[in-house]
Write a protein that binds this ligand. Sequence first.
Ligand SMILES: Cc1ncc(COP(=O)(O)O)c(C=O)c1O
Length: 391
Amino acid sequence: MNKEQNTFRNHLAQTTPFPFGIKVKYAKGSYIYDENDQAYLDFISGIGVSSLGHGNEAVNSAIKNQVDKHLHVMVYGEFEQEAQNQLAEELMLVLPPELDAFYFVNSGTEANEAALKLAKRATGRTELIAFKGSYHGSTHGSLSVSYNEIKKIPFRPLLPDVSFIQLNFWDDLEKITKKTAAVILETIQGDAGVRIPNELYLKALSKKCKETGTLLILDEIQCGMGRTGKMWAFEHYGIQPDILTSGKALGAGMPIGALICSRQLMAKFSYNPMLGHITTFGGHPVVCAAAAAGLKFTRENHLLESVQSKAELIHQLLVHEKIKEVRHKGLMFAIELESEEKVKEIVLKSLENGLILFWFLSTPNAFRLAPPLTISEEEIRKACQIILDLL
Ligand SMILES: Cc1ncc(COP(=O)(O)O)c(C=O)c1O
């Protein structure tokens, strides 16, 4: 082990005993390059983050431009900053008019924390309903509304008054009552292994929330920002959340989360108590400049238009007797194999063959695909061929 490997292994926090450990030299387009200039085709995008591919020039130049103007100047909300305004304006172009207020934070889990707090503050209720299979983040509040018990046990007690219902199971909607502050749902469940809701069910869920005065929080941290072929996954279903959370790809490679709702609802954070939610670094100008540039690039280059055909190509190519099921919405894929062992083998061997795939936290017999939305047909064919050869 050389000095740098020692630092990585022994002095940077490890989250598993078997990190991929590629030593990244640079990244460009759909590829990440290691210290020996070996290219790895990125079919994961840092788990749905680098949707524009790596090294997007418009994003890089917005970052450099902002760096020369100013970095952090004040805690969130006190000063008017052009980069935050630009991001808000870009977001308003791609959201329904009712969702017109933005609280920028630093990560997805922070956006969900803020959403849960806002729902409690706005309704005066405490009960939260989440979904079996959900993943909303790793901090205490988000973990409380995430389902995987193995990941929660050592950290209990978590938030009280949380219960879980089953996606697409109509009878469970009865559990949403006038005591419920919020229902939180990933519009397309990611960590559950890409689980897709039924349209009529989602409409009934939305109706039930309205009838009971419950706020519907849609977590689109993973499935939003064009991943499913529409800017927001809820657009596939003819419903709208009261609160939308975003993150991951929103930052175009920089760390961000966003709580999105109506101005009236957001205003609740400014009284009773004042400063109901605060953050030092949320809405960092360099991050907001990158995010605004990423949204503009997506819009001007009509990136979402090709998502569906690229997804169909992957679906067509990945046919093999060892593939038990392919679930996807746009370019958010779960490929289910016969066993956890087979998944491990394919993911690790793909890496050796220059293709980056990744696992789910809670769905061991499937691996995920989330390539950049800018992926080319040739790159898709190459990746699928590697997977098929290994199978
Ligand atoms: C659906 C969903 N919500 C929330 C999060 C948490 O986001 P972050 O890791 O930025 O805190 C994730 C991360 O994977 C996610 O997939």
